[in-house]
Ligand binder design. Sequence first.
Ligand code: PLP
Length: 401
Amino acid sequence: MPTNPDTVPQRTEGLRWPVEPAQGGWYTDAERQAVATVMAESGDWRTGWKSAPSCAAFEEAFAAHTGAEHAVSFNSGGTAMEMVLRHVGLAPGGEVISCAINFVGPHLAVIGQGGRLVLAEPDPLTLNLDPTDAERVLSDRTRAILITHWNGAVADLRPFLDLAAARPHPVHGPPLVIVDAARACGGRTPSGARVGGSGWGWATVFSFESKKLMTTFGQGGMVTTGDPVLAERLRWLRSYGGRAHWGTNQMMSKMQAAVGLVQLARLDEMNSARIRCAHLRTRALAGVEELTLPPTLDGGQHLYYRHNLLVPERWAGGGRHELMNILADRYGVGSIISDPVTYLGHGLIREHTRGQHCPRAERLAARLLCPVLHPRISPVDETAICDAIRQATADVARSTS
Ligand SMILES: *Cc1c(COP(=O)(O)O)cnc(C)c1O
């Protein structure tokens, strides 16, 4: 998907550091060896590229890693979310509550499956869905609460599980807690369990797209669940219905699954390096009074998929854009607004949610920018990026005073 031009600096050519990195750049000899093995095996016409055994091995390892009963692989996180919602059966008009600051993917999946998207406000610190505001918009049409672990900050699901249990749908029972963990693969809940583990939400969707914390050649997805009925349905849906039901082809390839196994084994190492990098940056920027920094959380409760900065209220919108442009033009540092309020940045979502407003989300999104962060940025470059953020912030402060 092309980057929304409203979310990046005006000029992005010739940046020393790109607006957002591609994690896919971090493959080692172990991934290359896995590729070579699959190539050699699949060159045999009797076996070819048949993916089922490799996918099953990857799924088994992923389920064990997260502590889930079932893991089902897909060709992307987007198709995986779509199929989870298809199984719920939202049409006509079953409501799904989701945070207004979000990636467009989960919102489009709700609309695509005939549901009604109901937006709620983010928590001001983590930008995760605010449980109190979710309660405000919950109705007797609510079928699911969709929680995105925002930019790697693992949301506490307990208040949503309690809310769902307390407010059952009159026909379908408690709303289902569905988790978008595309940016939180390998993260841990406050109690130390892995994101996507059993008992912690009904279904959790992961993405292995190029920018994500681990990647299967730039595309791929996974669902974990404790519900055997959902797991079985997802297996039918992604491979032509298992001879009896409707289905299509959304299988992950053999090569993706083979390399996914290796990336999964390296996930904690890659995440730890990212967390270290993020904590160092937070410490380096601690004295910049204009910037609100992301919370420093340990124990895998924040993976810093992005390092969120919030500019002061008085810089919302224009001043924030000025900071992004100065960072790019004077210092070569790319940054991205990740992400805007979906109904302001996407025409179909705007049309669908007409009449819904999330003023807190709009104010926060207007203050948000995420300068490039990646565990492979060298210490020298990281120092230069932090200096640039400090200087560019001072430049904007001077020009607006
Ligand atoms: C990347 C992403 C997705 C979609 O995953 P794909 O594998 O790219 O389809 C969904 N939600 C969030 C929050 C994401 O960052």
